[in-house]
Ligand binder design. Structure first.
Ligand code: SF4
Length: 189
């Protein structure tokens, strides 16, 4: 499996915000989002056994499998091994591919240009860019929780406007909850 990085931090976003977690970033993505801030191209080849050994070095037993797009490589056998090692397995996916059986929590973040094939997940997390943001792909997915996250444009003034617009949208549409990138606010990984 091509692994971009494995690191230990707090989950910064969504339902498990603040939870200590081991992140496994798989290399590669099928989309090219203009705002993508993740370098997922470099990698080391690791076996499933290597991955389980590596993540088990950390004290937490919450794992976040992310990318890039992790479903391009993720196998059901790795999930089985992670469960055997005592992990709760969360995946963060753009939803364009099916996910292997057995994952404990699916967070789906649909992106423009990617046709979503997942119909039922635990959590939908959508980036909000202001009025006119198309939420139809997200609304079409059955989920336990729906979260809107203000897009980070890199410009402080613009970000403030987008955050205010996100809050207004949520207040008007209370099916949605706010998700913030708390790792950026705290300046941790
Ligand atoms: S789907 Fe995610 S990882 Fe892939 S290009 Fe878009 S933002 Fe980046």
């Amino acid at each position: 499996m091509r692994i971009n990085e494995i690191f230990y931090s707090l989950q910064g976003e969504g339902r498990f915000t603040g939870v200590p977690a081991v992140f496994v970033r798989l290399s590669g993505c099928n989309l090219r989002c203009p705002f993508c801030d993740t370098d997922f191209t470099s990698y080391n080849e690791m076996s499933e056994e290597d991955i389980v050994r590596s993540v088990s070095d950390y004290p937490a037993r919450h794992i976040v499998i992310t990318g890039g797009e992790p479903t391009l490589q993720l196998t059901a056998s790795l999930i089985v091994k992670l469960h055997a090692a005592g992990f709760f397995v969360q995946i963060e996916t753009n939803g364009t591919h099916t996910v292997p059986e057995g994952i404990d929590w699916i967070t789906c973040s649909p992106k423009a240009g990617g046709r979503v094939v997942l119909t039922k997940v635990n959590e939908v997390k959508m980036l909000y860019q202001g009025e006119g943001t198309d939420l139809s792909a997200a609304e079409a997915i059955e989920a336990d929780e729906y979260r809107l996250q203000p897009l980070d444009t890199g410009d402080a003034d613009e970000n403030k406007e987008i955050t205010n617009a996100t809050i207004k949208y949520i207040l008007d549409n209370p099916k949605w909850k706010l998700s913030l990138q708390t790792h950026k606010i705290l300046n941790v990984r």
